[in-house]
Design a protein around this ligand. Structure first.
Ligand SMILES: Nc1nc2c(ncn2[C@@H]2O[C@H](COP(=O)(O)OP(=O)(O)O)[C@@H](O)[C@H]2O)c(=O)[nH]1
Ligand SMILES: [Mg+2]
Length: 354
């Protein structure tokens, strides 16, 4: 999964990036528009460790989330004064989901006081304008083309109307054909988006203010989480044992990274299936509702192509019986075809033939 950390300059994007990745990229650098920070994290999954213990496997592989910390536009005055720079837009188009870091603390380097609802709306306007320019360009080109797919023209007119009315494309519903027609454009306001409020140290325990949640919901953004980037970054850079102690002291339940991952999986409707054996125990991330054959393709395209069946054991059953053979005896090993919809925690052994 590829996630873009976006938002206005000085909102704390690089600080949050460091918090999530445990890296130490330079913070407070406002000018570095062409430099994006890149980092990966492993998604903690206790099931992989438990399976590894049962199978006595050393090689344990976790799902990964990769982050791009994209430098942001510098206006936070609620108007679109500068627009998004082309390089920045390209970096944003590349990711599967956007996480907008919103400033909730007073930053002495910026003239504007913090106003989270204002910044959420202003950033959305930036995304909308960038998409509108692309839509208009496409419509202009259509005018010059001999043969135009009427469906496509209608679709782009519909997008244009929405964007002109300040509505992000994530609010529109597209059928499969429409989706195909526009997916190549990688519109920014269509990407799944989450909001991460970067709040002042004094507001750590305050949670998400209602007005901010309402403004986000208005914009079709369902997921809003809050954390204090500065504090969490310092904690993330400590040794693991010290981290636990600090979090407890501050009354924070789990590290920012873990809270972030739960929210991101939820936003993108992701689940994990597992593969287990003596050589490797591993978690694989898929979208909820994915069929077995497609899920197999995550591991290798040959397994998808030559799919015969999946031998599936639910994680809870495996933990109860502790071995494949015992599960089989108890009738807990199922044979599933291509169309089977994979569940979270399914332990699957794929049979294939190419
Ligand atoms: N007080 C406070 N300052 C923060 C917080 N997060 C970031 N900062 C400071 O805000 C400035 C900008 O942060 P940075 O991560 O570089 O923002 P970016 O421009 O969005 O990447 C730096 O001086 C940070 O130390 C926070 O949660 N609280
Ligand atoms: Mg930065």
């Amino acid at each position: 999964m590829k996630v873009g950390i976006v938002g206005f300059a000085g909102a704390g994007k690089t600080t949050i990036f460091n918090t999530l990745t445990g890296l130490s990229a330079e913070v407070g650098g406002y000018g570095g528009k062409d430099k994006a920070n890149l980092g990966n994290i492993k998604v903690p999954d206790a099931r992989v460790d438990t399976l590894g213990d049962i199978y006595k496997t050393k090689k344990r592989t976790f799902a990964e989330v990769s982050f791009t910390d994209v430098a942001g536009p510098e206006t936070t005055d609620g108007r679109s004064a500068t627009g998004l720079d082309a390089k920045l837009v390209n970096n944003m188009r590349d990711v599967e989901a956007l996480v907008q870091v919103v400033r909730g603390f007073e930053n002495p380097a910026l003239s504007q006081p913090a106003d989270m609802a204002r910044d959420i709306a202003a950033f959305d306007s930036e995304l909308i304008i960038s998409d509108l320019i692309q839509v208009e360009n496409r419509l202009n080109r259509m005018k010059k083309e001999q043969k135009v797919n009427p469906r496509e023209r209608e679709l782009f007119e519909q997008c244009k109307e929405a964007l002109e009315n300040e509505r992000p494309l994530r609010e529109l519903e597209f059928d499969e054909e429409s989706h195909q027609l526009i997916s190549g454009f990688r519109f920014l306001s269509q990407k799944p988006q989450m909001i991460l409020l970067n709040v002042a140290e004094s507001d750590i325990a305050a949670g998400v203010p209602e007005a901010v949640a309402a403004r986000a919901a208005e914009r079709g953004i369902a997921k809003v989480i809050s954390m204090c980037g500065l504090t969490e970054m310092e904690i993330a850079q400590l040794e693991p044992e010290e981290q636990v102690e600090f979090l407890k002291e501050l009354g924070i339940e789990s590290p920012a990274r873990d809270r972030f991952i739960v929210a991101a999986y939820d936003m993108l409707d992701l689940i994990s299936f597992l593969t287990a054996g003596e050589d490797e125990c591993r978690a694989w991330t898929i979208k909820r509702g994915t069929k077995a054959q497609r899920a197999a393709g995550k591991i290798h395209s040959d397994i998808e192509r030559g799919y015969i069946r999946g031998e599936v054991i639910a994680y809870a059953d495996f933990i109860e019986y502790k071995s494949e053979a015992k599960c089989k005896e108890a009738g807990k090993l199922r044979l599933e075809g291509k169309e089977y919809i994979v569940s979270d925690g399914d332990i699957i052994h794929f049979r294939f033939n190419v």
